[in-house]
Design a protein. Structure first.
Length: 287
């Protein structure tokens, strides 16, 4: 299969007693799908998987899998390979090995092993993993049987990005993972995005993808510029703190709570994001 469109890496909401607010998670999943999202991501970085217990991780996947089953949509799951082994899950979202920095040959060997056991979307995020990859290696990864796509979060669009887009094999999906530069990546050929900012306004990100896909360049540029400003405001503090503050202000989740080592976002950062959200929403109808 080829992935397309906007997938939303869901936040994990917490209730006033500190437990995972599973009802709010379910409502959020349905809301972003109602706004046109092509699928969901559970336990991605935005979902704070490292601060969840094993039981909480399983509960999050249970909720998102139920929504995906009901809605017939794509579901990617990060964090634990054993959570992928269920019929609702499309693929595992697996980061390039972090900290050990195994080198490019080691990264290729790693994903050849992982993709032999499950469908994989590779998460390439060098500013977190400390592992840079050349265009040649990215294309070798894209050609591995079982690798169906890549969340590309290299922080910029450069010569390596251009070479990857130009050489992508059939059946492989390139999904932008840096929200602030999603629009230009779509413009040069990405199939979609895994956009944390879409937690607060999935419809506008879906409209952005549709505009580039349909060749509506003027609208795509206008939306892209507005959504870049929104994304920058939502990432002004560590993800997903500002996103949670914004969702709480919209009354979609019960608290702004995150778990250590994260701290809640400052009220000023949340207010700024809400201002940008108003502007980005006004761009939907621009022609």
């Amino acid at each position: 299969m080829t992935l397309n469109g906007i997938l939303v890496p869901l936040i994990t909401p917490f209730d006033t007693d500190g437990t995972v607010a599973l009802g709010a998670l379910e409502r959020l999943a349905h809301r972003v799908l109602d706004e046109g999202a092509a699928g969901l991501v559970a336990l991605g970085t935005t979902g704070e998987p490292g601060s969840l217990t094993a039981a909480e991780q399983e509960a999050v996947v249970e909720v998102t899998a139920a929504v995906s089953r009901e809605r017939g949509t794509t579901l990617l799951v990060g964090a634990r390979p054993d959570l992928v082994a269920r019929p609702e899950v499309t693929a595992a979202l697996v980061t390039v090995p972090a900290f050990v920095r195994p080198g490019e040959a080691g990264v290729i060997a790693h994903f050849e092993t992982v993709a032999a056991t499950m469908p994989v979307v590779i998460y390439h995020v060098p500013y977190r993993t400390g592992q840079q990859l050349s265009a040649q290696t990215l294309l070798r990864l894209a050609a591995i049987p079982g690798v169906i796509g890549m969340k590309y979060s290299a922080g910029a669009i450069d010569e390596t990005t251009a070479a990857l887009v130009a050489g992508m094999p059939d059946g492989f999906a390139l999904l932008g993972g840096d929200d602030a530069v999603l629009s230009p990546l779509l413009a040069i050929g990405a199939h979609g995005g895994i956009a944390a900012s879409a937690n607060v306004d999935a419809r506008s990100f879906v409209d952005l993808h549709t505009a580039w896909r349909d060749g509506d360049i003027e609208r795509a540029r206008t939306l892209g510029n507005r959504l870049t400003a929104l994304s920058r405001s939502l990432f002004a503090e560590p993800n997903p703190t500002v996103i949670k503050g914004t969702l709480h202000d919209q009354e979609h989740i019960p608290t702004t709570s995150v778990r250590l080592p994260l701290l809640p976002a400052a009220p000023a950062s949340i207010r700024h994001a809400l201002d940008r959200l108003t502007l980005s929403g006004s761009a939907r109808g621009t022609r």
